[in-house]
Design a protein around this ligand. Structure first.
Ligand code: G6P
Ligand code: MG
Length: 218
């Protein structure tokens, strides 16, 4: 039986990767190197400081911790400005209908996001009322692939890991779900998310019945 669904935010419910990219690219430009969209793929699901480390590696720069922390803050100020203009139009196709259907079927819903800006995004897009529990980067000590974010979500919902299904667009997120003892559905490409129990291109046309079909063999 499925008692709860846990959703990653960025890349699953909303398309914020483009704003992360705008901000990281702007930082790279200031530092004097080019950061491409392909480079940006490596940042999916990766925490803010780990993302900065990847960016600096691309640029061939080694900086001290104080400088790095200032750069991460700067990137975040730009990012926060970008997402302050978000609205419900930026919810990804199929997401809202699926969340509504889960509620109607009595399945509990939690957010499991690494982002410290998750509440801003949920508020701006009107998604807050859909969640029974919200776990984000302000509530966790360890980033995915550590299972902490999903285990906290399940605990707050009163669900056992084996009763939970995780929706994730990042490899590290699928690994986190597995380490938590939960089933998972990858959103994106099977090439990247092959470790998931099933992979779909998006939440478009996702239903409770389809969900049961996708994970029932596990
Ligand atoms: C998500 C995104 C990452 C982002 C991370 C931290 O996992 O996929 O690209 O770096 O959240 O987000 P934050 O808003 O706290 O910088
Ligand atoms: Mg994601």
């Amino acid at each position: 039986p499925i008692k709860a669904c846990l959703f990653d935010l960025d890349g699953v419910l909303v398309d914020t990767a483009k704003y992360h990219y705008l901000a990281w690219e702007r930082l790279a430009e200031e530092l004097g190197f080019v950061f491409t969209p392909e480079d940006n793929e490596r940042l999916k699901g990766v925490s803010r400081m780990a993302s900065l480390d990847i960016l600096l590696e691309v640029g061939g720069l080694e900086l001290d911790d104080a400088t790095k922390s200032a750069l991460a803050d700067k990137k975040n100020r730009w990012y926060v400005e970008y997402i302050s203009h978000m609205d419900e139009q930026e919810i990804l196709p199929g997401a809202l209908a699926f969340l509504r259907e889960l509620r109607e079927n009595g399945i509990l819903i939690a957010l499991g996001s690494a982002s410290k800006n998750a509440m801003t995004i949920l508020n701006n897009t009107g998604l807050v009322p859909y969640f029974d529990a919200i776990i984000d980067g302000t509530k966790t000590a360890s980033a995915k692939p550590d299972p902490e974010v999903f285990l906290l979500g399940a605990r707050e919902l009163g669900a056992q890991p084996q009763e939970c299904v995780v929706f994730e667009d990042a490899e590290a997120g699928i690994e986190a779900a597995k380490r938590a003892g939960m089933r998972s559905i990858g959103i994106g490409s099977p090439k990247v998310l092959g470790a998931a129990d099933a992979v779909v291109p998006s939440l478009q046309d996702m239903t409770t019945v389809r969900l049961l079909e996708l994970v029932s063999h596990r």
